[in-house]
Design a protein around this ligand. Structure first.
Ligand SMILES: *Cc1c(COP(=O)(O)O)cnc(C)c1O
Length: 305
């Protein structure tokens, strides 16, 4: 039996046409992984698929993972678990709020059991020793690391490029939260392709948040450039300049982005093009990794899409 999957035929390669690109003789294309499913969207499906396979092989009934109240990973897990006949539990960082976020409500509607943990308990639990204990008390459960950030997640992300004609691009660009998707792209890109990872976290440096242990051959790191200047104040901060850019991008190119990851990614690529960071003739593939459900946490009216 195969995993029931979102519809990968929905992925499109959309031209992203900006004056900045034309002036610098660049071509940019956005790979719309966000279109595969409204909730199991973007990279999250790829990062989950080998965990689902492992659950099937090991005869697990239940999938457990970790995340915050707006976690794209948890809503994707809830939907994928439901679709494939597993029960699911979300370990949520922070005390139970009076009103659940859109994300958690949707996860609950997929049958996910929500367990709220204080930040201290959460951080203790998500580390591996505690995770093993958790699994030991429930042999039917498979524990999936926060964000799908583990070997199975990387392996799934290695398949992102195989489904699209990615060979003709000189640069492949993605947002990085845990760096799992980035690791998969680095492992699967061609030898002449540059990989650009835009960190959405404040205070990262060097190859962070990438975990080098996930890279098959350390020589591949020479293809990688990490960008640290486009975090907009940190994770999940809806800066006005970012929101304005997202609205403009939607008006000009019809591409919706999310304010946690892909908005920052596109902003960074446009900014880099404007400062001549790409050689003329570059063909840039920008991965839209999904996450649009997260925009529901913004005040209504801020976004025009
Ligand atoms: C989770 C997520 C990311 C980050 O992926 P990592 O593998 O954790 O780096 C990027 N974009 C979107 C839309 C996401 O939901």
């Amino acid at each position: 039996m195969v995993n029931l999957t979102p519809d990968l035929n929905n992925i499109s390669l959309d031209p992203w046409d900006l004056n900045t690109f034309r002036e610098n003789e660049l071509q940019a294309t956005v790979c719309r992984l966000d279109k595969i499913h409204p909730e199991i969207s973007g990279n999250k499906w790829f990062k989950l698929k080998y965990y689902l396979e492992r659950a099937r092989k090991e005869n697990k009934q239940k999938l457990i993972s970790f995340g915050g109240a707006y976690s794209n990973h948890l809503i994707a897990l809830a939907a994928a678990a439901d679709m494939n006949g597993y029960s699911s539990t979300g370990m949520i960082r922070g005390e139970e709020p009076i009103r659940l976020s859109h994300t958690l409500l949707a996860a609950k509607n997929y049958g996910m059991e929500l367990r709220f943990l204080s930040r201290m308990a959460y951080n203790r639990k998500k580390n591996s020793v505690q995770s093993v204990e958790e699994e030991a008390t429930d042999p039917d459960a498979l524990l999936i690391p926060e964000g799908g950030a583990g070997a199975e997640g990387v392996r799934g992300a290695e398949e992102i490029l195989s489904g699209i004609p990615a060979g003709g691009y000189t640069h492949i660009c993605c947002a990085a939260g845990t760096g799992t998707m980035l690791a998969g792209l680095i492992n699967s890109a061609g030898p002449d392709q540059k990989i650009i990872g835009v960190s959405v976290l404040k205070g990262t440096r060097d190859f962070e948040p990438l975990n080098r242990a996930w890279i098959k051959n350390q020589a591949y790191l020479q293809r990688v450039e990490m960008i640290h200047e486009y975090h907009f104040g940190g994770y999940a901060k809806p800066a006005k300049s970012l929101i304005d850019f997202m609205n403009r991008t939607y008006q000009e190119s019809g591409i919706p982005t999310d304010f946690v990851y892909t908005g920052k990614l596109l902003f960074a690529i446009a900014g880099m093009a404007a400062s001549h960071a790409f050689p003329a003739g570059s063909r840039i593939l920008v991965l839209h990794s999904g996450g649009l459900q997260g925009n529901l946490s913004l005040p209504p009216g801020l976004l025009q899409f």
